[in-house]
Ligand binder design. Structure first.
Ligand code: ADP
Ligand code: MG
Length: 317
């Protein structure tokens, strides 16, 4: 079991009112990992929480990953996915698998679940309407070897006009992280990074990364070592200690990009935790990890409640 982050006992409406007032009309970018989509019940749980946010007047953009599904399809088609330094090599067959799974299976799975819940949603990717412009990543030196990651993109620019139009119509945009360059070459981008770029471009109030662990863990193999809140300097300290490994490395980088670009708050939350998203957003004690630019920017309510929670948990680093 990876996740035991089930600290909260529910969301009190009274406690939530100041947050409801604060969040009305704000934009939140919510990113879900591809693993969520393999769990129908959990997918619906997350979407029901997003539906609640939409009813509270929050402009939500949902971004999804799907790397694991792309690997499964690659294998089914007879080519073993290759990784160097933890990052996928996207050769031509791997790109075809990424297009089929991200823009196809993963995106459609979310849209179908939205249909079942009565959420008006439209699926698109960074390729649509110039939403995400990317540049092919040049070959890089990894462990003394030059590695060409292939059809992998780094985000250069975002034109969120299409998202604004969807949101104005009360629609939930469901965004796959594929992008393209100006020549129309499709590029595979990291979904955490795309979510961060959208958050910056849209002036979002929050970036929320929903993943399969309770949040940022001081010791990745110890679910009780959840960090309730941290700032950018704290993240850098954890990176220096080698704690931001595997899938957490692009998440930490995405959070840093978002906060540096003016997004006030980033959150890491488990999609396993019942109502974990709502608890993180609408209660003082939260459910996952809150990341702020500087700890000094925490509001008194955030500090008091977090301090109380922290005495029973791992110390803030
Ligand atoms: P997603 O599909 O949500 O992007 P990833 O697997 O890419 O999920 O990233 C989440 C994973 O990062 C966790 O399951 C965990 O194994 C790993 N991880 C590495 N270091 C940490 C850490 N310090 N805290 C939490 N998770 C970590
Ligand atoms: Mg990931």
């Amino acid at each position: 079991m990876k996740d035991i982050g089930q600290r909260h006992t529910g969301v009190s409406l009274r406690e939530a009112v100041p947050y409801v007032r604060l969040f009305k009309g704000k934009t939140f970018i919510v990113k879900v990992g591809g693993a969520l989509l393999t769990d129908d019940a959990a997918t619906r749980e997350v979407l029901a929480q997003i539906d609640a946010l939409m009813h509270l007047g929050i402009r939500v953009v949902l971004v999804h990953g799907g790397g694991a599904q792309a690997s499964t399809l690659s294998r089914a088609l007879g080519s073993e996915p290759r990784f160097v330094g933890g990052r996928r090599i996207t050769d031509a067959p791997a790109l075809a698998a990424a297009v089929a799974t991200l823009n196809g299976e993963a995106n459609t799975t979310l849209l179908a679940a939205c249909r079942a819940l009565g959420i008006a949603a439209v699926g698109l990717s960074g390729v649509d309407s110039a939403l995400v412009r990317a540049r092919r990543r040049p070959p890089v030196l990894v462990e003394g070897e030059t590695v060409d990651y292939g059809h992998v993109g780094d985000v250069v620019a975002v034109d969120p006009g299409v998202l604004d139009r969807l949101l104005a119509g009360g629609t939930l945009p469901v965004v796959s992280p594929l992008a393209a360059d100006d020549e129309g070459n499709v590029l595979n981008c990291n979904a955490d990074g795309v979510a961060a770029a959208l958050a910056v471009a849209m002036g979002a109030a929050k970036l929320v990364l929903l993943t399969d662990v309770a949040g940022l863990l001081e010791r990745p193999d110890d679910p009780r070592s959840l960090v309730s809140y941290i700032d950018v300097a704290g993240l850098a300290r954890l990176r220096g200690r080698g704690v931001l490994a595997g899938g957490m490395a692009p998440k930490a980088a995405a959070i840093e990009t978002a906060l540096a670009g003016g997004v006030a708050r980033a959150h890491l939350v488990s999609w396993h935790t019942p109502d974990g998203l709502l608890a993180e957003l609408f209660t003082n004690e939260g459910s996952g990890t809150l990341v702020v630019p500087e700890l000094g920017t925490l509001s008194p309510a955030e500090k008091t409640a977090e301090a109380a929670a922290q005495t029973a948990e791992a110390p803030v680093t």
